[in-house]
Design a protein around this ligand. Structure first.
Ligand SMILES: CC(C)(COP(=O)(O)OP(=O)(O)OC[C@H]1O[C@@H](n2cnc3c(N)ncnc32)[C@H](O)[C@@H]1OP(=O)(O)O)[C@@H](O)C(=O)NCCC(=O)NCCS
Length: 200
């Protein structure tokens, strides 16, 4: 049984490690960072370290087994998921560190996601991952349950992107509906929305 609690800044480096291991083999990350799994893990670490440093409005939820962080989701509160001009500038060194080809793919990926980002106010879920050796044991379901409970309590719309059909099924079980689909650097992505209880 895991405990859920909000992460604070002190948890961020551990969180980045969990995300990088948990998401290392996702199809989008293979397309962005290549066939070498250790390189993908390092690239994701680099990307999420920059992301959490720059996206200071994030309010992530962590799942803990005792003191050990075993899974988490980032959450960008309404109005904060698309970077400001100054945040874009602060992302640049982290992107450059990925190397020119990976940086170009990441830029294309983020541009496609931004194109699909809904105009309506929404809470934006992600990045979400459970540590690699602990997937399939119900931890992601616990995190999503808590996230959706908060959405309903705050009467908020939720939104996310995902690159795996099995994830689409998981999110559908939590009330998300596919509202779009598009290739992102050659990988099918699904865009999903969840209306809060009592609303469309
Ligand atoms: C997606 C993820 C957060 C789900 O958390 P989890 O603790 O593994 O999932 P749960 O045990 O609560 O639920 C299992 C369901 O998750 C889905 N799922 C997606 N990836 C899975 C995986 N690698 N292993 C097991 N289930 C997975 C399946 O739909 C599964 O349902 P099923 O058993 O009916 O097929 C986790 O598997 C993960 O980190 N995957 C890799 C990173 C990722 O894809 N993150 C989401 C990006 S949008």
């Amino acid at each position: 049984m895991v405990d859920l609690r909000d992460l604070d800044h002190a948890d961020h480096s551990t969180a980045v490690g969990v995300l990088a291991r948990g998401m290392r083999d996702n199809p989008l990350h293979l397309a962005a960072f290549g066939d070498d799994s250790e390189r993908r893990r390092r690239s994701l670490e680099q990307m999420f370290t920059t992301y959490f440093r720059v996206s200071s409005a994030q309010t992530p939820i962590g799942a803990f087994d005792g003191d050990v962080l075993v899974g988490l989701t980032g959450i960008a509160p309404a109005g904060t998921c698309q970077p400001t001009a100054s945040q874009r500038l602060r992302f640049i060194p982290g992107m450059v560190a990925l190397g020119p080809r990976a940086a170009a793919r990441l830029a294309s990926w983020l541009k496609t996601w931004a194109t699909h980002d809904p105009d309506e106010a929404h809470s934006h879920l992600g990045p979400l991952a459970v540590d690699a050796h602990l997937q399939g044991k119900g931890i992601g379901t616990r995190i999503l349950g808590e996230y959706c409970r908060r959405l309903d309590a705050d009467h908020e719309v939720g939104y996310l992107e995902t690159d795996k059909p099995e994830n689409v099924r998981l999110y559908e079980r939590h009330g998300f509906v596919v509202i779009g689909e598009a290739p992102v650097i050659g990988v099918t992505n699904w865009f999903m929305r969840r209306g809060h209880a009592g609303a469309a």
